[in-house]
Design a protein around this ligand. Structure first.
Ligand code: SAH
Length: 218
C-alpha cells in the first residue's frame, strides 16, 4: 500500500505554487485557497513526489495527463465556482481538478472514458472527505442527461467542437468552460447559456490538452 504523507516541505512548495499562480494572474482567492489546500502529490505516482508542485502537466495512467496547475486554476477561475454549484466535469483523469471543485463546495459529477482511469477512483484517497464527487464511466460528448441541468460544465480535454448535448444540459445562465481545438493548441472558451437556448461566447488564452475522444475505452 502507498503511504501518503503531507510534510511541511510539501506544504511549503504548495504555498509557493499558489503564489506563482497569483503572479501569473489568478485572482480568485477561493481558487488559490483550494490549490494551497489540496496535496497535488497524492494524485501522482510517488516518483513525482519532489516535482509535483512544479507548474507543469504530468503523465498519469492510460497515456493521459494531470493538467498543469495554471490550467486548472485558470479554468476554475473562469467557471466562477460558488458553493453548492452543480458541476459536470468531462475527463476525470487523476481526479485533481474534481477535488479542487469539491474543496470549493461544489457538487461534482465527473465522467471518464478510460476504464483504467475510471477504476482508479475506487482507491480515491479523499472519498470520505469529499462525498460531493460522483464518478461516471462514459462518453463526455453525451453528458449526463439523468442529472441535468448543471450550473456549470468544465471540459478538461481538447474538444473538436462544442458538444450540443452539453449545451442542452446547461441551465439558463449557466456557464461552460471548454478548450476548443484549433490544431496543436486550443482556445479556452467560456459559454454562457441564454434564455433562448443559444450561448454567448467569450474567448481567452491558448492551452494544450489531450484530445476529447468519442466512445468509451474498456
Ligand atoms: N481533469 C483531469 C485532466 C485529465 S486529462 C485531471 O485533473 O487530472 C483529460 C481526460 O479526459 C483524460 O483522462 C481522458 O481520458 C478524458 N477524456 C477524453 N475524452 C473524453 C470523453 N469523451 N469523455 C470523458 N472523458 C474523456
Amino acid at each position: 500500500m502507498r503511504k501518503y504523507e503531507d510534510t511541511y516541505q510539501h506544504k511549503g512548495l504548495r504555498k509557493k505554487l499558489a503564489g506563482l499562480l497569483r503572479e501569473k494572474g489568478i485572482t480568485d482567492e477561493n481558487v488559490l485557497d483550494a490549490i494551497n489546500t489540496i496535496p497535488r502529490h497524492y494524485f501522482l505516482d510517488s516518483a513525482f513526489d519532489k516535482i509535483a508542485y512544479e507548474d507543469r502537466a504530468f503523465e498519469i495512467a492510460a497515456g493521459q495527463t494531470i493538467s498543469q496547475p495554471y490550467t486548472v486554476a485558470y479554468q476554475t477561475q473562469l467557471l466562477q465556482v460558488k458553493r453548492s454549484d452543480k458541476i459536470l466535469e468531462i475527463g476525470t483523469g487523476s481526479v485533481y481538478q474534481a477535488t479542487i471543485l469539491a474543496e470549493m463546495g461544489a457538487w461534482v459529477y465527473t465522467i471518464e472514458r478510460q476504464k483504467k482511469l475510471y477504476d482508479l477512483q475506487k482507491e480515491y484517497y479523499f472519498r470520505n472527505k469529499y462525498p460531493n464527487i460522483k464518478f461516471f464511466f462514459g462518453d463526455g460528448f453525451e453528458g449526463l442527461q439523468t442529472y441535468a441541468p448543471f450550473d456549470k460544465i468544465i471540459i478538461t480535454a481538447a474538444a473538436p467542437f462544442i458538444p450540443p448535448k452539453l449545451v442542452q444540459q446547461l441551465k439558463v445562465g449557466g456557464m461552460m468552460v471548454i478548450p476548443v481545438d484549433e490544431g496543436e493548441t486550443q482556445r479556452m472558451l467560456r459559454l454562457t447559456k441564454l434564455e433562448d437556448g443559444t450561448v454567448k461566447e467569450e474567448a481567452f488564452e491558448q492551452f494544450s490538452f489531450v484530445p476529447m475522444l468519442t466512445g468509451r475505452n474498456r
